[in-house]
Design a protein around this ligand. Structure first.
Ligand SMILES: Nc1nc2c(c(=O)[nH]1)N[C@H]1C(S)=C(S)[C@@H](COP(=O)(O)O)O[C@H]1N2
Ligand SMILES: [Mo]
Length: 324
């Protein structure tokens, strides 16, 4: 399916999105509006004053520019979704397994991040994140005695070797590849060092069911603060973020304001337990302001970009924005 959005239409899209967001704000009660305003101010204060996590040696000027970019993006933020007492949390049903590898060896999992300001300055930098080898107990190359079979995930001659006993291990990328995607590969432990956030919110599927469940992990806003993207020449944040499963079969893309919403989580825990494979272990998106189909499970890759990526359900004719 071709991208239904031409360049000029994406601006119209954005305007429509803003209009809808404002209309929603007007409809909602003062109470929620007040809470959202307080949250926005709190988020801004926090982002302005919080101790920087895992940040590069950056001149104060750059940090200020970054904070300004974040606050500009936060301006379009939506009100907070309702939260519930933990006692109302239920076990979320399983729905949707596209792109999931239930047999992924979780030690081999990494979160690829592309579009950072200075990826080479992180210890988790690799020259080509696309060569990361997600291992599966299902796949021939990871069986105890691997038979001689071609590895469909890798191009010929680019087999990477990962020492799974060492967290610092990185694949050896070939030096002469012109289509490399430089970036960083984060472990779940890296994400666990970010501030822990838990929230009990309503999960809604477009098919017509909903459930209250407890989700926990890192706020995307905290992630972005720790791993800031390359800013645009005008000092703004990249407009979009694309997220994909390891095989690329499932994807969900979002505008940056949606991801900076204080209730958008990179989630690794549900109902107090580590995420299981059905629900997208080791990492999924959890966000009460969007339908379930935007909450991608088993995220392998995050890409900051200015071009709005067409995502999986959009190619199937569903609304890209999918806001609640
Ligand atoms: N990788 C992946 N993520 C996915 C899906 C999927 O098929 N594959 N389905 C989506 C849909 S439509 C819903 S409703 C939720 C369901 O999440 P759950 O199985 O944890 O209830 O996951 C979303 N994320
Ligand atoms: Mo769904």
């Amino acid at each position: 399916m071709t991208n239904p959005y031409s360049d000029s239409q994406s601006q119209a899209d954005l305007n429509e999105e803003l209009r809808r967001s404002m209309a929603r704000k007007t409809r909602r009660s003062f109470l929620i509006g007040g809470a959202a305003t307080a949250a926005t101010i709190a988020a801004y204060e926090w982002l302005s004053h919080a101790k920087q996590i895992d940040m590069l040696e950056s001149p104060l000027r750059r940090a200020e520019q970054f904070n300004a970019a974040v606050s500009r993006a936060l301006f379009r933020e939506k009100p907070l979704a309702p939260t519930y007492p933990i006692g109302r949390s239920t076990e979320l049903r399983l729905n949707g397994i596209i792109g999931l590898d239930p047999h992924m060896i979780l030690d081999s999992w990494r979160l690829q991040v592309v579009g950072l300001a200075h990826p080479e300055k992180y210890k988790q930098y690799i020259e080509d994140v696309d060569l990361w080898d997600y291992r599966s107990t299902d796949s021939p190359q990871d069986a105890p005695l691997p038979p001689e079979q071609p590895d469909s995930k890798l191009k010929p001659g680019t087999r990477v070797d990962v020492d799974q006993t060492n967290d610092q291990s990185i694949p050896k990328a070939p030096s002469s590849d012109t289509t490399r995607t430089p970036g960083i590969v984060l472990s779940l432990q890296d994400l666990r060092t970010l501030p822990f956030t838990e929230q009990v919110t309503q999960f809604k599927c477009v098919e017509g069911w909903s459930q209250i469940t407890s989700f926990a992990g890192a706020c995307f806003a905290d992630f972005l603060k720790a791993y800031p993207p390359q800013l645009n020449p005008d000092g703004t944040l990249p407009a979009y973020v694309n997220m994909e499963t390891a095989d690329g079969a499932y994807s969900a893309s979002h505008d940056i304001a949606t991801l900076l919403h204080p209730q958008t989580l990179l989630c690794y825990q549900m109902n107090g337990k580590p995420l299981n494979s059905d629900h997208g272990a080791p990492l999924r998106l959890a966000m009460p302001i969007k339908y379930g189909y935007k909450q991608i499970k088993q995220i392998a890759k995050i890409t900051y970009t200015n071009q709005r990526p067409v995502d999986f359900w959009e190619t199937q004719g569903y609304d890209w924005y999918a806001g609640l």
